[in-house]
Ligand binder design. Structure first.
Ligand code: CO
Ligand code: ZN
Length: 327
């Protein structure tokens, strides 16, 4: 799965600009499904025909990034975050526009105290001297993704965009494993999750599933000084009981826990008071959809150095597969 993940993070897919990553996913999944559609929101909906239940599996393909709001006389760009970017993490990072232009995020003055960091004092430097020069490379409304090289320490993967290309890789793996399953399975790669679960909303309406499972990443809180948490990277997929956007459906909770037990697989349970996944949008679509959310533990979320244990992603795929066979 590491090789697949490397391909998926190599392409930019800032919210609202997911065409390129959709193309890459299309290539990777097409052998395992019968039909692929793209809706007006840009969601990639891949259908494996079947006669039993309609199942929606979702992972978002967009990633956080920046959008240009203003270009000054000297060619420096002001920007706004696309999705919940962390301004501390963003300082002195490289970003890449879709035409390949690289920029550096810097700050108007020396930052003495990170507490005083003001997003409006940050700018992107693309190495030009005038607005005219800048305009040749970048325009207002152009988006850029963070640059974060893909690196591997044995089973640990470090990269930008693991949120949520890890989930996309899990779905592709699942599609490969479920090629001969009798259910009608919709692998949905959603858009605009990072700006408010928007793609999932229209996709869930169109698919009208009997049940849904979302695969995303979540912070385990296992690094020094993090809030106390028993969750750990490498300890298995996390079944999210609750977050700000959704609560797991009781039957889905039972299904997932029983599936993990049947596989003799380590799993973790998380109750979060913040954050949310596409499960929030899907669970309340139409008359309501029994929905669960599985997360791959991921450190340093929304940074160019996100970190996961690939075994958690591999096990997440096995867990989804088992759950569907158990239906
Ligand atoms: Co995210
Ligand atoms: Zn995510």
């Amino acid at each position: 799965m590491i090789e697949l993940l490397a391909k998926l993070v190599a392409v930019s897919g800032v919210s609202g600009n997911e065409e390129k990553i959709a193309q890459v996913i299309n290539e990777e999944i097409k052998a395992y499904v019968d039909e692929i559609k793209t809706d007006a929101m840009g969601n990639l909906i891949c259908i494996k025909k079947g006669t039993e239940k309609r199942i929606m599996l979702a992972a978002h393909m967009d990633e956080t990034g920046v959008i240009v709001t203003h270009i000054d006389d000297n060619g420096f760009l002001r920007f706004s975050g696309m999705g919940g970017i962390n301004h501390f993490y963003s300082l002195h990072q490289k970003v890449e526009f879709y035409n390949g232009t690289i920029g550096v995020i810097s700050y108007e003055e020396q930052v003495e105290n990170l507490k005083d960091l003001k997003p409006e004092k940050m700018y992107i430097d693309i190495g030009v001297r005038t607005r005219e020069e800048a305009r040749k490379k970048v325009g207002i409304g152009d988006v850029a993704a963070f640059v974060g090289t893909f690196a591997v320490n044995e089973n640990m993967v470090i990269s930008k965009a693991l949120d949520d290309r890890a989930g996309c890789a899990v779905l592709i793996e699942t599609a490969r494993a479920l090629k001969d399953n009798n259910n009608e399975i919709y692998y949905v790669f959603t858009t605009q999750e990072e700006v408010g679960l928007r793609g999932a909303k229209t996709a869930a309406y169109a698919v009208n599933p009997d049940l849904a499972i979302v695969v995303d990443v979540t912070n385990p809180g296992d690094t020094p000084n993090a809030k106390p948490s028993l969750l750990k990277i490498g300890n298995g997929p996390i079944i999210k009981i609750m977050d700000r956007a959704s609560i797991i459906h009781p039957e889905m909770k039972e299904l997932l826990i029983n599936s993990a037990k049947a596989l003799n697989m380590n799993y973790q349970l998380k109750v979060a008071t913040s954050g949310g996944t596409d499960a929030g949008a899907i669970s309340v679509s139409r008359e309501g959809v029994p929905t669960a959310s599985i997360a791959v533990p991921c450190r340093y979320l929304h940074s160019p150095v996100e970190m996961i244990d690939i075994n958690d992603a591999i096990n997440a795929a096995k867990l989804v597969e088992k759950a569907i066979y158990k239906l």
